[in-house]
Ligand binder design. Sequence first.
Ligand SMILES: NC(=O)c1ccc[n+]([C@@H]2O[C@H](COP(=O)([O-])OP(=O)(O)OC[C@H]3O[C@@H](n4cnc5c(N)ncnc54)[C@H](O)[C@@H]3O)[C@@H](O)[C@H]2O)c1
Length: 351
Amino acid sequence: MAQANTYDGRSTTPEGMPFRVALIGAGGIANAHYKGYTAAGAVIVGFVDPFEPTRTRREKEWKITGYSSFEELLASEKFEAVSVCTPNAYHAPASIQAALAGKHVLCEKPLSMSLADCEKMILAATDAGVVLQTGHHLRANLLVEKTKELISSGAIGRVTFIRLRQTHDWGGNKTVADSFGKLANSGGGTLLDNGCHMFDLARNLGGNVKNIFARTATLGFDIEVEDVANASLAFESGAIGSVESSWTATGWEEGWWVYGTDGALECTNRLGTRKLRHVHRSSSGTDWNTLDETIYSFADEGGHSREIVAFISSVRHGTPVICTGQDGLESVRLVLKAYESAKLGQPLELK
Ligand SMILES: NC(=O)c1ccc[n+]([C@@H]2O[C@H](COP(=O)([O-])OP(=O)(O)OC[C@H]3O[C@@H](n4cnc5c(N)ncnc54)[C@H](O)[C@@H]3O)[C@@H](O)[C@H]2O)c1
């Protein structure tokens, strides 16, 4: 029987089997997946990582077996799904291999580095009848959900401007890891890495983008890809917006600002624990600087953990995939169009 998407992963199939999943890639983000599946009551049967020191470290930490290849994992463990947490260059081969083996796939962002590869991943999942979810975890963030709900309810009137920002400085490191700094591994710099989340958020909050004009530069690190970028957007709705991404900010910021004809929504983690601020003019007598405000906050915004619960629910109960392969492809399309625009120095239409 269909279930509400409050499914928490502790439930079992009619056959009584808990959700069994493997992690492909065991670096930084894999740990968020490990924690998310563990919190959801899933069984993580093992992981794949070709780098022996990482396998040894994670085996000790996670107390599960690490394999050097997907083939070894497949021969040794029974599971129904994988999380692909490899560098970008391996998202397509790893996801396609898993789909061909009949495994559902939650693939980290960006879905891949080319539209052709994204299409191959979507086709492989469709042919195999498995779920393909893209890891834009902000889709499952409670503050993003509240932002979207307020926009949809008309609480801020007609949306006029959407500003999206994701920036950091690698925790103050003076170098960038090769998996991100070398073009062959990453396929792009901060605009692909951080910007793809923001382009997905742009689509989620503002709908389709019809025109884009971007600038990129490499100013802070000796790397092959850009470390600062800005893209100006025109939405089909008539609203305009911007995506700002950087590896040369000091510290981490993720925020979104949505202006409408009857109010604004503002949310950033720059100044501490993030709250969504809805500013409006509901009282009489408000002036330039005195505004009504309604604040929304959650003890746990839950992006990574909630995207995993949603993935399990889609696999087990057929609930809608919160960020599909096509959504992943569309954010890559925007990044690639932004790169083309930056190279040509001119705005470009999406179609
Ligand atoms: N959703 C998010 O907010 C978020 C955050 C960070 C990273 N990411 C994405 O997650 C991916 C991994 O990033 P990370 O920060 O964990 O990088 P990382 O370098 O810390 O980890 C990548 C791991 O993959 C392993 N690996 C390399 N090739 C492999 C292969 N063919 N098969 C299996 N494992 C392989 C590496 O040995 C390494 O342990 C990237 O695509 C990145 O864009 C997403």
